[in-house]
Design a protein around this ligand. Structure first.
Ligand SMILES: C[C@](O)(CO)[C@H](O)COP(=O)(O)OP(=O)(O)OC[C@H]1O[C@@H](n2ccc(N)nc2=O)[C@H](O)[C@@H]1O
Ligand SMILES: Nc1ncnc2c1ncn2[C@@H]1O[C@H](COP(=O)(O)OP(=O)(O)OP(=O)(O)O)[C@@H](O)[C@H]1O
Length: 270
């Protein structure tokens, strides 16, 4: 069976409080983006995992696909499988690519071996893999709170018919470090009220709390946001804890950005 794990951007991201378990409560809107990896799972005589495409760092046994399989294996008598992950989503980019692969593995195995896990049970398992993982069980625009697992689907009419450009400069921002730089504050504007307004009103009110610290540490990341606005973006922001930036444009106003050749750039319709 094959699946196409997509990625996400965050429309607004507020860190609202530090929790006793070391994580933070946040409020954000997850928006799915049509940039995807490919994951194939086939029943086999022995377990194996192969990754191709953009190289994934670290121990393959800790890949989120393998961790998702192991998590289900603790609960169910799963047969061995061959898993092939082809990576196209940049890593450690604030786009949730690894989380999406982990969630896709849970969804595929649930379907293939008829495990009958409900969406709520899949979300609980996904949260054990990472805070961004539960969203990828749903894969529809959602307003999120808690660590990101309290999810409410939401319509974002302001984005209909527009185009997105994602730029990743390949700078790695450690997520734990980014959270450690934030002093949590109570949310002053309701995210759902903001995104119900026309996109031209978002610029000064829809904010990613990580930008200040990440831009201070990496001026090259801020420079991309400035370029996106200079090229006519209706709205531009960093996604997650970075380092990807996205700009939202009218279809007839696609940016011609002057970026270093090694930067990753993706364009798609919203
Ligand atoms: C920044 C976001 O991408 C926004 O969508 C996510 O909150 C990050 O989610 P993620 O990459 O799945 O992160 P995790 O693997 O769960 O956590 C990495 C580290 O980030 C910090 N962390 C993460 C999520 C959260 N709500 N509070 C935190 O404090 C913790 O130090 C944690 O050890
Ligand atoms: N399937 C996978 N795809 C990508 N990275 C993975 C995967 N499995 C494990 N990882 C590890 O997770 C790290 C973060 O990758 P991911 O693409 O999920 O970044 P991200 O969405 O920006 O997350 P973070 O916000 O934690 O940086 C990678 O550097 C890699 O070591």
């Amino acid at each position: 069976m094959i699946s196409f794990p997509i990625c996400k951007i965050n429309l607004g991201l507020h860190i609202v409080g530090k929790r006793n378990d070391g994580y933070h409560n946040l409020e954000t809107i997850f928006y799915p983006i049509a940039l995807n990896d490919v994951l194939e799972i086939i029943q086999a005589d022995t377990f194996s995992f192969k990754a191709t495409g953009i190289p994934v760092d670290g121990d393959p046994a800790k890949n989120l696909c393998v961790r998702a399989y192991d998590l289900l294996k603790q609960k169910f008598d799963l047969p061995p499988v061959y898993m092939h992950l082809h990576k196209a989503i940049p890593l450690g980019a604030g786009l949730g690519g690894g989380s999406s692969d982990g969630a896709a593995t849970l969804l595929l195995l649930n379907q293939k071996f008829q495990l009958k896990l409900s969406p709520g049970e899949l979300i609980d398992l996904a949260l054990q893999l990472g805070s961004d993982c539960p969203f990828f069980i749903i894969n529809k625009p959602c307003i999120a709170s808690g660590r990101g697992e309290i999810l409410q689907p939401i319509d974002v009419p302001a984005l209909k018919g527009l185009k997105i450009i994602i730029v990743n400069p390949g700078i790695h921002v450690n997520t734990g470090w980014a959270f450690s730089q934030i002093t949590p504050t109570a949310i002053s504007h309701s995210l759902s009220d903001i995104i119900a307004q026309p996109i031209t009103t978002w610029k000064n009110v829809l904010k990613n709390d990580f930008e200040e610290a990440v831009f201070a540490a990496h001026p090259a990341i801020k420079n991309i946001k400035d370029q996106l606005y200079a090229q006519g973006a209706l709205y531009a922001s960093m996604s997650g804890s970075g380092a990807s930036l996205f700009g939202i444009f009218n279809k007839n106003n696609i940016a011609e950005l002057r970026l270093p050749e090694n930067y990753f750039v993706h364009q798609s319709d919203l």
